[in-house]
Design a protein around this ligand. Sequence first.
Ligand SMILES: Cc1cc2nc3c(=O)[nH]c(=O)nc-3n(C[C@H](O)[C@H](O)[C@H](O)COP(=O)(O)OP(=O)(O)OC[C@H]3O[C@@H](n4cnc5c(N)ncnc54)[C@H](O)[C@@H]3O)c2cc1C
Length: 397
Amino acid sequence: MNASGLSADQVKLQARARELASGPVAKRAAEVDRTEQYPWDNVELLKDAKLIGMTIPTQYGGQGKGWLDAVLAIEALSAACAVTGRIAVETNMGAISAVMAYGSEEQKKMCADMVLSGDKPAICITEPDAGSDANGMTTRADKKGNRYLINGRKHWITGGGVSRLHLIFAKVYDEKGEFEGIGGFLAIRDETKGLKITKREPTMGLRGIPEAVIDFEDMDVPPSALVIPPRGLKKGFADLMTAYNSQRVGAATVALGIAEGAYQLALDWSEKRYQFGRPINEFQGLQWKLADMSIKLSAARALVYNAARSGEGGFPDMLMAAQAKVFTSESAIQVVNEALQFFGARGYSRELPLERMVRDVRMFTIGGGTAEVLRNVVAGALLKKKLPQTRDGWAKD
Ligand SMILES: Cc1cc2nc3c(=O)[nH]c(=O)nc-3n(C[C@H](O)[C@H](O)[C@H](O)COP(=O)(O)OP(=O)(O)OC[C@H]3O[C@@H](n4cnc5c(N)ncnc54)[C@H](O)[C@@H]3O)c2cc1C
């Protein structure tokens, strides 16, 4: 263990990820943003460095690493390129972690192989009329004989159009049309009939990964495509959502990494840039900004690392993951914005990475649960009450 509580292996892993980040990943970051092209070359680099599928258990070809290991890699990569950091999130957390926890043997083998070969799975929950209120989804899976037919529309699906593996959430109805619960179905783009990518969203930042609208038109899957957690379909959505706590920690980590990258640039520049005959970091106005930025980063890092550690042998604690994501995403936006300010006009130029970082970091109070909704999660856990948000839902199950 070192001073930050990391093991010798974790320090090595961090060093490996930092080397990759400051070398080839940093070199490509601006181009990835400008061209809006998914960085397949970086996927190969991540594969070679064994930073993809690290959390997959060894019997399925992974390394059986913990969430904190993944966090260390994601943090380092995101400081250079948030898109590459997000690829590391989604190949170690989220959909793949749900399948590895709750999938059948066959599902685990198939998904592990796909991820380890470089596929970033897509997780499909959000719909045009069901965002924060995910339970309000209308995508449905109707049982017809020995098949399910899935119909509906998802939007803002990260990786839509580049991901092959999809975990799609739908309301499940039996042969008689009775509602059974919300289930997660596995489908593969270009193999599963009826899965169509119909639009790419024009995004503000994180432009190297497409955000897509996906339509399901009589998408036909066998029951073996359904990922069924131990408590069955009725409680299945809640169980599958516990896996999402890992994704939330991952999202917080990307925001943390971007902010650390921006802070470092500001710190270095503050020594190099002279005005009034002295480095700008000799002005107390900027010293206090640097102090505030570093305090926010240290606090955010502690929350993220602790949330990751809370998931040892399972998934991160819901309260800790929510606290980490709210604080880190909001602090990161402030830190990156301040970092740009250090550069004056130069910070506003597309020739420096600051403006990209401002655009990239803005997402993290929205995707994966908004800061407002996660405050509801935190409050619910503190008060030990269910806090349904519907007009008639208070205090009901
Ligand atoms: C870049 C990006 C990537 C994404 N990737 C994915 C993905 O891969 N898969 C996926 O399924 N989804 C994805 N999303 C969607 C994301 O999860 C949703 O945007 C998010 O859950 C919010 O839903 P919404 O956009 O419909 O906002 P809405 O739910 O319409 O919310 C609008 C506003 O109202 C607030 N609000 C809503 N309900 C409450 C409440 N009860 N209390 C207080 N405030 C409330 C919200 O916080 C927000 O400020 C992504 C989004 C983005 C931006």
